[in-house]
Ligand binder design. Sequence first.
Ligand code: NAD
Length: 252
Amino acid sequence: MSAPVVIVTGGGGGIGRATCIQLGARGCAVLVVDRDLAAAEESARLAREAGGDAVAHAADVSDDAQVAGYVAAAEQRWGGIDGFFNNAGIEGPIAEIPDYGLADFKLVFKINVTGVFLGLKHVIPALKRRGSGAIVNTASQAGLRGVGGLSGYSASKHAVIGLSRAAALETAPHGIRVNTLCPGPTSTRMMANIHAAVSSAGGDPSGFVTRIPAGRYGEAAEIATTAVFLLLDAPVFLTGAEIPVDGGMTTP
Ligand SMILES: NC(=O)c1ccc[n+]([C@@H]2O[C@H](COP(=O)([O-])OP(=O)(O)OC[C@H]3O[C@@H](n4cnc5c(N)ncnc54)[C@H](O)[C@@H]3O)[C@@H](O)[C@H]2O)c1
């Protein structure tokens, strides 16, 4: 059997890059999609170094034509798609709702929700053409509970879970599985930025870590390992699930 072909969006970022490297180590062909082409190129280089076949592709996940473009690029290069890590996202500002700008709210939804929707819209037909496949959408612990100061982000990640559930129901009859990854706070650019924003607003960012029973942030590699399991190894019967990887933060 030929190597699985996987598209990773947000592939230039912390969680995306760690996933590209682990997919490369498994011998996958990886299309590394990011609006930051230099970051995507570096992830592709690292994935090739790990043993895979990887190329970078610049695209904005919230643009319909550019999403169609990255799906077509993977199909043309490798003849089909087996896995899709629908992972790009932004955190938006830290502000309580009365001070949260409407433009910021719309932008967070445009990238985190419309971007995930468009990825599903264009990738599902490609997986149907293949006759199987796995999709992993990245939500967050903030999609499982409310997070004050991050209303746009938290609402967008709740929406990602809703999209994933609907997609899982639509695709299960076709042998395609769709699951949602819900990372807790993880050491990447995003968490560093949230820290800086809370500090500069006079807040205390140490509260994030004290709410994690494991007593630390996650590492991008730990989130990646779970994504790779869901993309390559999980049984077809595992679909429609939300998988927290959060040091116990959302354990009921
Ligand atoms: N780091 C955390 O603590 C954490 C926790 C829970 C969920 N997440 C989620 O994990 C995913 C990855 O985040 P990360 O921590 O690796 O952050 P990151 O900022 O390191 O990576 C995000 C990547 O997405 C890309 N991106 C943003 N908007 C894009 C767009 N419109 N089109 C194409 N690419 C775009 C960025 O260029 C960046 O490379 C996100 O969906 C994030 O919400 C992160």
